[in-house]
Write a protein that binds this ligand. Structure first.
Ligand code: F6R
Ligand code: MN
Length: 185
């Protein structure tokens, strides 16, 4: 019997995925209208500044029950006024669907918000493992001077609800105050 190679390789020191089935997406400053607290400052930043990029390995169809998806996200260092570069953030469409994040490189903060809009946050550093329970919106801010890289694993029928965050945001923002990250209501 043949022993096959896998179609996807993860570089365990950089978190980067390679293989023919990897999807890539990027969010530039121009794509993030309304995401940061100071929209005027965002609009004045170079439109093609890269804020974050995601590699995704989706081995089954989206929506399939019982399957898993894998992602590698990189958030670049930067700030919009005092607010750190961060991901848009989302709830999963299925509020029962949890997710694991784990940090490979850099430093950051995982910001979590429940459906009552109560916020909490966890520090991300190489090796930190984050269990995101179902019903918690999640976003990641890069608080360091270098790239923040993290991997993720979530269920293929979790779905994504971006609308809620697009309309109402999170009830707290992560800002730099006296050189340190502070969660501001
Ligand atoms: C998947 C997941 C991550 C994020 C990625 C980008 O459920 O949570 O792979 O999708 O970090 O963040 P968003 O999707 O909020 O733009
Ligand atoms: Mn998610």
């Amino acid at each position: 019997m043949d022993i096959h190679k896998t179609s996807v390789i993860i570089n365990i020191s950089t978190g980067i995925l390679t293989g023919k089935d990897i999807l890539c997406s990027r969010k530039l400053i121009r794509d993030l209208v309304g995401v940061f607290g100071n929209e005027q400052v965002r609009a004045e930043l170079p439109a093609d500044d890269l804020v974050y990029e995601v590699q995704a390995y989706l081995p089954v169809d989206e929506g399939k029950e019982g399957g898993l998806f894998f992602g590698n996200s990189t958030v670049y260092p930067g700030k919009v006024d005092k607010e750190y570069y961060m991901t848009r953030g989302h709830f999963h469409r299925d509020l029962n669907a949890a997710e694991f994040y784990w940090c490979i490189k850099g430093e950051g903060v995982l910001i979590l918000m429940d459906v009552e809009r109560k916020v909490c946050a966890e520090k991300m550093q190489p090796g930190s493992l984050h269990y995101i329970p179902g019903g918690m919106a999640h976003r990641v801010a890069n608080t360091g001077a270098h790239k923040l890289v993290f991997n993720a694993c979530w269920s293929s029928d979790a779905g994504h609800n971006y609308q809620d965050i697009d309309h109402h945001g999170f009830s707290a923002r992560l800002e730099e105050v006296a050189g340190k990250p502070v969660l501001m209501p």
